[in-house]
Ligand binder design. Structure first.
Ligand SMILES: Nc1ncnc2c1ncn2[C@@H]1O[C@H](COP(=O)(O)OP(=O)(O)OP(=O)(O)O)[C@@H](O)[C@H]1O
Ligand SMILES: [Mg+2]
Length: 411
């Protein structure tokens, strides 16, 4: 029987901490999910630690929940971090091919990737990922993987994702103090696409919009790889706050009423329909207009999709992605969201349910699990080489791993 090892991922979101545990058979890249855990994200605000002890307790609670279901201990995790402390930029690198026969080697790829990050990134930001988008060998553009090709000049266009170092360090510290090692720290915005997209969608051109609590992440894929990522600082929390202000309710009531009665299609709601808040709250007991509630929710979701549209316009892909939009994150569960996104973005739209895994855990057939499952799928591609763990913050050392990693992404 093939040997299998336990792999796990931890998504520290601004409202929930999610864990999944899987088994990865030797030689296979498809992970079999056997456990899942969830805990409220207390101790954090907008992805930053504000109370170390509470954060550690939340992480432990999520890990233990998953361990119980899996019947396996978790010793190390792929850690996903989000929030508005993540940023991305594009950068180019150029080198002369070193070899006398001018055959491009892995070393050359490492060097050109290194050249691409020789730009001025503030010292308080950590480079989390350098994603090679396309290579040019002499005059030949659009090369996906240049190793083995012959040329004199090698150029790369990359997408670089960075994170605010103090925030990442504090989160990593809390995870380590929860008793697990970190295999790798991954920007959460790169993960949902790994779980919900097929190779074909990535080839054709597609955008994944993850609407979480504190923000919305946008990741665009084309020709099989990541073209662009962005974080929009508006998410489900803003919707809830708008309801609380607009209908004069507490935040807790606003959250409950959004989930129980919310939608984003006001035209479907009768003008005279009311909601009695005393049915869901002890504090707020007045009647509200359902139509007004839905109008408030719709306005914020519309704003989110307009901001996504602006991001697509920045890279000339507004209305131009043949495989359309997939919406993930718990806030994707609001009724009517597909129609609103389709109309605003002018693209085919669907909810992104996680797929690229094995296993029969029902709970994760849900768009809110796309990020944590994507982290596990991403991490599992490395087959146990803990190449970019906490100790390998030294980027130079990590670059060999990056080109190996890149090879595995090639369709
Ligand atoms: N059924 C639902 N309908 C509408 N919104 C929902 C529903 N369930 C949860 N939400 C909203 O989804 C948001 C939380 O989403 P999610 O759990 O994906 O966030 P997170 O991963 O913790 O945060 P982030 O990704 O921003 O760091 C909250 O604002 C919550 O109100
Ligand atoms: Mg999230």
């Amino acid at each position: 029987m093939a040997k299998s090892r336990v792999v796990a991922s931890l998504d520290i979101g601004s409202s929930k901490i999610r864990t999944v545990v899987g088994l990865l058979e030797e030689g296979s890249s498809v992970v079999n999910i056997i456990g899942v855990g969830i805990a409220p994200s207390t101790g954090l605000r907008k992805g930053s630690v504000i109370d170390v002890e509470e954060t550690i307790n939340s992480i432990i609670s999520s890990l233990e929940d998953a361990e119980r279901m899996a019947g396996e201990p978790i010793n190390h995790v792929f850690l996903g971090i989000g929030g508005n402390k993540i940023a991305s930029l594009n950068s180019k690198g150029v080198i002369a091919v070193s070899n006398t026969e001018h055959e491009i080697s892995e070393d050359d790829v490492d060097r050109v990737l290194e050249a691409a990050q020789a730009l001025t990134i503030p010292s308080n930001r950590r480079i989390l990922r350098i994603i090679p988008k396309t290579f040019t060998v002499d005059e030949q553009k659009g090369v996906k993987y240049p190793v083995g090709m012959t040329g004199v000049r090698l150029e790369v266009e990359t997408h670089i994702v960075t994170g605010f170092e103090p925030v990442i360090k504090n989160l990593e510290k809390c995870v380590l103090q929860s008793g697990v090692d970190i295999d790798d720290t991954i920007p959460a915005c790169l993960a949902p696409g790994e779980a919900v997209l097929s190779k074909r969608q990535k080839e054709l051109g597609v955008v994944v919009v993850d609407i979480g609590c504190g923000g919305t992440s946008v990741s665009v894929f084309e020709d099989g790889s990541t073209l662009h990522t962005a974080i929009i600082p508006v998410g489900g929390e803003n919707v809830t706050n708008d309801i609380a202000i607009g209908l004069r309710t507490s935040i807790d009531t606003a959250e409950k009423v959004k989930i129980e009665y919310g939608s984003v299609i006001p035209e479907d709601v009768n003008d005279r329909e009311t909601i009695d808040l005393s049915l869901i709250s002890k504090i707020d007991t007045h009647l509200i207009s359902k139509r007004v509630l839905v109008e408030i929710i719709q306005a914020r979701y519309h704003e989110i999709f307009v901001l996504v549209k602006d991001e697509l316009a920045k890279i000339n892909r507004d209305g131009m992605l043949p495989a359309g939009v997939l919406i993930t994150g718990a806030a994707a569960k609001i009724p009517g969201v597909i129609d609103l996104a389709r109309e605003t973005l002018n693209l085919p739209t669907q909810i992104g349910f996680p797929q690229n895994y094995d296993g029969v855990v029902d709970k994760i057939d849900d768009p809110s699990y796309a990020t944590v499952i994507g982290l596990l799928i991403w991490g599992s591609r490395f087959e146990g080489r803990h190449h970019a763990g906490l100790k390998s913050i030294n980027l130079k050392k990590g670059l060999g791993a990056i080109s190996n990693w890149f090879k595995k992404l090639i369709p």
